[in-house]
Design a protein around this ligand. Sequence first.
Ligand SMILES: Cc1ncc(COP(=O)(O)O)c(C=O)c1O
Length: 350
Amino acid sequence: MQIQVDFRSDTVTKPSPAMREAMARAHVDDDVLDGDPTVELLEERTARMLGQEAGLFMPSGSMANLCALMIHLGRGDRFYAPKGAHVLTHELGTGAWLAGGMPAELPCSFGPGVPSPDDIRAVAAVEPRGQMYYDLRTKLVCLENTHNQAGGVILGRTVMNDLVAAAHDVGWPVHLDGARIWHAAAAQDILPREAAGPVDSITVCFSKGLGAPVGSMLLGPKDFITKARRARKALGGGMRQSGVLAAAALVALEQELPRIDEDRIRATTLSEAIRAVGLDCPPPATNILTVRPGPGSDATAGDIWAAWREAGLGCLLMGDAVRLVVHRDIDVVAITTAILLITTTAKKIG
Ligand SMILES: Cc1ncc(COP(=O)(O)O)c(C=O)c1O
């Protein structure tokens, strides 16, 4: 069955008419040579929003994270990230492969995706003292807010500040994978820079939830971004008249960011309907739902996924759960359609 309503990811959105128009009108130049005016505007505006000195437009979140790791790490260095972090599980191990760092899981005592400051202190306490020449040296903590695989959970403002302080206390910088920092900020009713906290570098995405067709940004101090420009070019990510893409991202910030919390509200409505048919679906922290079979059921997450896909409900099977993501192309009608499909397939799942 063809997908009728697509909840596979918040990346499946189509650019809005306003984005397409802005793309057509964008002032552009060669960004690899000496700068594109629309890209520069986006970089300045986003840096201000995130409380960082400078930004660098990137083709993808994966490249932004990788450039950050390439600058923070050298061969023989270790970096910590919470279990299931995108940099650990969904970026082909490039943190090790191309940035030369040894990935290690940071425990998450505050719940899936959410480490505690004591977790950082605990791993720092067992860092080899005296540092033999063959010991790994930790050089970075990489956090993720919101945490995708843990179901869009938020690292709240106080937790973020405390985690950064704990890492800095032991001399470790913090990179934040803030692909969905917009959702974390909106759900707490705070500014993106308040949600991100005093991190040393941050990745944000315009193509997740904000609806832009392409683009992410790496932000940090000016000298860090100067190094990132070289890393981006080395990876083949230098883009010429990329103002065409930045123009859509600017529209995303102006028109889509103010409405982003609607996705969490719609996801909450959908989660209530899913629980009503006996499935396990905790109320979402942001726009991501994770669904598992209800207590006592013989069904598997694979059965839920198969029944829903057969009915035309686009979703992804991730480990022992089915993931549904609400985004700007999911309106009230799409939620109603999804609830109808979930209700009518409930008997099939058992
Ligand atoms: C938390 C997180 N970080 C990074 C990325 C990578 O972004 P991209 O797909 O643009 O490479 C994703 C993609 O879904 C993500 O969810």
